[in-house]
Design a protein around this ligand. Structure first.
Ligand SMILES: Cc1cc2nc3c(=O)[nH]c(=O)nc-3n(C[C@H](O)[C@H](O)[C@H](O)COP(=O)(O)OP(=O)(O)OC[C@H]3O[C@@H](n4cnc5c(N)ncnc54)[C@H](O)[C@@H]3O)c2cc1C
Length: 446
């Protein structure tokens, strides 16, 4: 059945606005207490805590620990000075926002009293409880929080040139604000003429697995607006047997694309690009290669743990997360399975799902709480359920708010809103509410 618009979209604007405000007030994404994390007084300690990575997860945990621990010596290690609001990249890459809206400074969010080492961790030595920076500084710790995010492995795609994004129909929303803006330039050029658009999806775990789908929906809509649909063909090439890991969402999206004329090629993994000739090469699981000519190509790179984590004792050694070198944490407590003084937060975690900012929102209080528990000689008792959230934009002004847990069960938080139906409210969440919520998470306030 073709998904239908919810009643909220059909209502009069003032009724719609009132309904939205009521829903937003109730939505855990916007505000609200966190379940499963008992409140406690600040714990007195002189422990040395190192946080590797000053992205969303690292800063969120730093703010919480600075408040919840009295006397801890906290050091955060990351060379990056700019703080990027990554969930806004898809809005930049599709012409809804300008790039300045996703740019900020880490210095504005780090708590007072935390030492910031402007360098990268080159090596983790969890046996000696030391991290070594690229410049050779050795930093000893009693507790370590790994928050390095993930590595975009464009190098696995032969011929791929990140610097060429925006030219010759080459697009990719991931590397940063500039690439997102350049992707919008490529999308506009394509929409003006129409032609063959090739969208891609690798087989690895992804941050915001909905982003490749949002880019596809929005490309199709921009082409429709430009009046070049009849001259265009959009095909989504997935390296997997599906386009999204949660079956009901996958089926819903595929059904929508069928109605919109978007094709899907399964088990087609992007392995090479000839940027000048506009040719993409795909490989099947059996290694059979096929070439496709394109006018617009959206590259989603394979993703893995950064080298420093992948090469360390901290990475999974066996099982589904070993190949990507993901951090070996317990999926409930987010404590390392072999080194109890180590915790993981955010995209680096080798867990079944959960590589979104919304995941960090729900798990940062759990990590801070469990670290404080272990520090006090108690067992970690707060449990993360894998909460992952993805506002799936289907066109400008409309989205589906997909929320789910480790088991792939839908866990909707907006009262009265069917997650599988598009709504103006879900769009409003993405467009207006998520950035303030993100900043509140960074500051450790929600
Ligand atoms: C296009 C796109 C769309 C998205 N859309 C959404 C969305 O709609 N909703 C949502 O909830 N989430 C979304 N996300 C996902 C969300 O942005 C991430 O899940 C979140 O930022 C993860 O936080 P993190 O702290 O784990 O990693 P990051 O925020 O990426 O930070 C990692 C930090 O670690 C640092 N680092 C790396 N290696 C080292 C090292 N060796 N030593 C020290 N520091 C290191 C990096 O410099 C970086 O500052 C999207 C992401 C993208 C790219």
């Amino acid at each position: 059945m073709t998904p239908r618009l919810p009643p909220s979209d059909a209502a009069a604007p003032d009724v719609r606005r009132r309904r939205c405000l009521r829903w937003l007030a109730a939505a855990p994404l916007a505000t609200g207490p966190l379940a499963g994390v008992p409140a406690r007084a600040a714990v007195k300690t002189s422990a040395r805590i190192v946080i590797a990575g000053s992205g969303l997860g690292g800063i969120a945990v730093a703010n919480r620990l600075a408040r919840e621990l009295d006397g801890a010596r906290i050091t955060i290690v990351d060379r990056k000075e700019e703080h990027n609001y990554q969930p806004g990249y898809t809005l930049v890459a599709t012409g809804v926002w300008t790039a300045d809206r996703v740019r900020g400074r880490n210095a504005d969010y780090l708590p007072a009293g935390v030492e910031w080492v402007r360098d990268m961790v080159a090596a983790f030595d969890p046996v000696a409880k030391v991290v070594v920076t690229a410049a050779g500084q050795r930093i000893a710790y009693d507790f370590l929080v790994v928050a390095t995010g993930l590595h975009l492995d464009y190098a696995q795609i032969e011929g791929m040139d990140v610097a060429a994004i925006g030219r010759q129909g080459l697009a990719s929303v991931y590397p940063g604000p500039q690439a997102a803006q350049a992707t919008w330039a490529a999308m506009q050029a394509f929409a003006a003429t129409g032609g063959d658009a090739v969208m891609t999806l690798p087989a690895t775990p992804l941050k915001c697995a909905g982003a490749p789908l949002k880019m596809t929906f929005m490309l199709r809509d921009r082409v429709r607006e430009a009046g070049t649909l009849d001259r265009s063909r959009i095909v989504f090439h997935t390296a997997l047997g599906n386009v999204f890991g949660v079956k009901v969402v996958n089926d819903n999206v595929v059904e929508r694309w069928k109605a919109l004329g978007v094709g899907v090629e399964y088990t087609h993994k992007l392995v090479a690009v000839d940027v000048g000739a506009r040719r993409a090469t795909f490989a099947s699981p059996e290694g059979e290669r096929s070439e496709v000519r394109y006018d617009f190509l959206h590259v989603v790179p394979p993703m893995r743990a950064p080298d420093a984590v992948k090469a360390s004792e901290l990475a999974w050694r066996e099982g589904p997360f070993a190949a990507g070198g993901w951090l070996e944490v317990d999926k409930g407590t987010l404590q390392h399975r072999r080194f109890p003084e180590v915790f993981g937060i955010g995209d680096i975690n080798g867990t079944p799902r959960g590589k979104t900012a919304a995941t960090v929102k729900k798990s940062a209080p759990i990590v801070a709480h469990n670290l404080a528990a272990v520090l006090s000689g108690r067992a970690p008792d707060a449990i993360f359920d894998g909460y992952t959230s993805c506002p799936l934009i289907v066109r400008e002004g409309s989205a589906m708010l997909i929320e789910f847990d480790y088991e792939g069960r839908l866990t909707p938080t907006l009262p009265g809103v069917d997650p599988l139906q598009e709504s103006y409210l879900a769009w409003l969440m993405k467009h207006r509410m998520l950035k303030p919520a993100y900043v509140a998470v960074l500051k450790g306030r929600v």
